[in-house]
Design a protein around this ligand. Structure first.
Ligand code: FES
Length: 155
């Protein structure tokens, strides 16, 4: 799949707001990630240049914090819980079913960037086990068939 060209105009708008502020690197990176969904190399290079920070320092920050992504994410993010409560209620079977359905392993993104599928270890909703977050929605009492239906509906 070909990458769409990256429009850096909105990033320059963000940089305009923060350029004069010392220590604004993290908020700028957060805003940039909101704009692009992840942090592509040209975005990091632009931020480093415009904020007058070494690129190595920018990479240092981005790799230190788990909130930043250096690879492109899917349009939809599914986080399947496989913590203890969810595991004993069959999360493992849901995970293998979804992996088969999407043709990827947990932790990967489909080649068309439709879905990123992740496994996490407790979403704080153990009473609803097994649980997944589908984008911003918590879905509980899952069975593999329900999850397949949900996955198929994501565009
Ligand atoms: S173990 Fe799955 S929500 Fe807590």
């Amino acid at each position: 799949m070909t990458e769409e060209p990256l429009d850096l105009t909105p990033l320059y708008r963000v940089l305009e707001q923060y350029r004069a502020q010392r220590g604004a690197l993290i908020p700028v990176l957060q805003k940039a990630q909101e704009l692009y969904g992840w942090l592509p190399k040209p975005v990091l290079e632009t931020i480093a240049r415009e904020m007058r920070v070494p690129l190595s320092q920018v990479y240092g920050v981005v790799t230190f914090y788990a909130q930043f992504y250096l690879t492109r994410r899917g349009r939809h993010i599914i986080r399947q819980c496989d913590g203890t409560a969810c595991h004993v209620r069959g999360a493992g079977r849901i995970i293998s079913t979804v992996e088969n359905r999407l043709g990827i392993r947990a932790g990967e993104t489909t080649p068309d960037y439709r879905v990123t599928y992740e496994v996490v270890y407790c979403l704080g909703s153990c009473g609803l086990a097994p649980v997944a977050m589908v984008d911003d929605q918590v879905v509980g009492h899952l069975v593999p068939e329900t999850m397949v239906k949900i996955v198929d509906q994501l565009q």
